[in-house]
Design a protein around this ligand. Structure first.
Ligand code: BES
Ligand code: MN
Ligand code: MN
Length: 463
């Protein structure tokens, strides 16, 4: 392993230059106009994997002829039938960079500023996925073989809901057979404070539209005689929480796995700087579900948030309109064992039951995904803890995170595999936002942790 670690340190600057080249390709998966560039990013990665000496590399198509998906980069390097197999998952697609005017630079022209690589995708997830490519290179190009059989599946649709991924996994069970999945697409607890995530939240995303009058009306001529859909939707939304910040949808909490006493103790032991967190968020007061701390509320409890709301006149100046329609995008972060399908149906029932008799309702299911909790005592988790300790000189905390990576539940359900979430982002990386960044220190720590994880896991499994 030492030769691989030396190699990684010697080639650190070149690794960054390569990552920059990948970041220049705008692989925005949600925008069909960028489909060619999204494929180009897949091909770029495949070429890089071939160049470092991975035996088998393929760019595999997804979806159907009618509705093609973005390709999956699959790579495999078999060393021995006796060695365990690690499947690395990541994504090469990125969120749209909008709003462009809030960036200090071109989002697809990476710049190093104050030790951070600034570009769309630098932290989420090209920079983190690439760490494992460079960890593999550090073994293969320093005259050693990999300590494990390595498989990699880097997809291009994570930011658009991974619609073709579960079917791909179903169809390629043998190809993807492994002992454990390794993912770097989450965050460190804080700078210099190593952590391994054992929990992720799920997601249920819907759109709700109320229609009142058949067309926009003059609010002076008709106001007072017809109900306004924006007023009505605002009231329905306001009623979704009670004064304890509980969600009022019937049965919403039915399958929520409560935080255990051990978990709540562990939360208290985390070095959480709430003042700094508030400053980062730009708030002077926090709001969490009654009885739960901010950290518990943002990672271990379900939520409901309106993501957007519109209707009527939103341009400059005043227009006395009584609108025909009001629409809102609403999403819930879920925790195990809530099911996105069931929550969506409960939301549908709730809205149907509360829609005023002056309105019609159109309720649309956009997408969803399951949350996940992995067993921290699994051998792979302990190997990850050892790897993190090797890099940071201290044991990592096991944490739950508030974001969602729905494929983690699919790995368990379809392949029976646990996932190790060894992420190197920071909450302050501005993922999905302007000026997304990834600390170069964390990029190099992640490569080293990748090298150390493969070694520790191989030793565990053969011990
Ligand atoms: N990498 C993130 C998820 C994440 C972020 C996990 C921070 C933990 C901490 C991922 O790329 C993402 O953005 N997921 C989406 C869900 C997806 C279904 C669009 C999310 O969480 O909103
Ligand atoms: Mn991600
Ligand atoms: Mn993301």
């Amino acid at each position: 392993m030492d030769a691989a670690l030396d190699y990684a340190r010697q080639h650190a600057d070149r690794f960054v230059e390569e990552l920059k080249a990948w970041l220049r390709i705008p692989s925005i998966s949600t925008d069909p106009d960028y489909a060619p560039q999204t494929r180009q990013a897949a091909e770029w990665l495949a070429d890089n994997l071939r160049a470092i000496g991975i035996a088998k590399v393929e760019v595999m198509d997804t979806g159907s002829a009618d509705t093609p998906g973005h390709p999956i980069v699959y790579a495999e390097h078999h060393v021995s039938d006796d060695a365990p197999t690690v499947l690395v998952y990541g994504h090469y697609d990125v969120q749209p960079p909008d709003p462009l005017e809030l960036w200090d630079q071109d989002p697809f022209e990476p710049v190093v500023k104050d030790g951070n690589l600034v570009a769309r995708g630098s932290a989420d997830d090209k920079g983190q996925a690439f760490m494992h490519v460079k960890a593999a290179e550090s073994y293969l190009q320093s005259g050693m073989d990999l300590p494990v059989n390595l498989k990699m599946m880097i997809e291009g649709e994570e930011e658009s809901g991974s619609v073709n991924l579960a079917p791909f996994i179903e169809e390629n069970k043998d190809l993807l057979a492994a002992d454990v999945v390794l993912v770097s697409d989450t965050a460190l607890f804080a700078p210099g404070v190593p952590s391994i995530a054992y929990g992720l939240r799920g997601l249920a995303y819907v759109e709700v539209e109320l229609t009142g009058p058949g067309k926009d009306l003059h609010s002076g001529v008709y106001g007072g005689g017809v109900e306004n859909p924006i007023n009505a939707l605002a009231r329905m939304i306001a009623d979704l929480h009670d004064e304890d910040h509980h969600i009022t949808v019937e049965g919403f909490y039915d399958n929520v796995r409560d935080l255990t006493d051990e978990e709540r103790e562990a939360y208290k032991a985390l070095p959480f700087d709430q003042e700094a967190w508030m400053e980062e968020a730009g708030v002077t007061k926090t709001k969490s579900e009654k009885g739960y701390s901010v950290l518990e509320g943002t990672t271990g409890r379900p939520t409901l948030d309106v993501n957007g709301i519109w209707g009527g006149y939103t341009g400059k100046g005043a227009k006395t309109v009584l609108p025909s329609k009001a629409t809102a995008k609403i999403s819930c972060r879920l925790v195990p064992d809530q099911s996105p399908g069931e929550i969506t149906e409960k939301l549908r029932k709730h809205f149907e039951a509360h829609v005023p008799d002056t309105m019609t309702l159109d309720f649309r299911d956009l997408h969803g995904g399951h949350g996940a909790i992995v067993d921290t005592s699994a051998p792979a988790m302990q190997a990850a803890a050892e790897a993190m300790e090797g890099v940071f000189g201290q044991r990592p905390h096991f944490t739950r995170e508030g974001g969602s990576i729905p494929v983690v539940a699919d790995f368990k359900r379809i392949l029976g595999l646990d996932t190790v979430l060894m992420g190197f982002g920071l909450d302050s990386d501005s993922i999905h936002s302007p000026n997304e960044k990834f600390g170069l220190d964390r990029f190099h720590q992640g490569i080293e942790a990748g090298v150390r994880f493969l070694d520790a896991y191989a030793k565990q499994k053969t011990a």
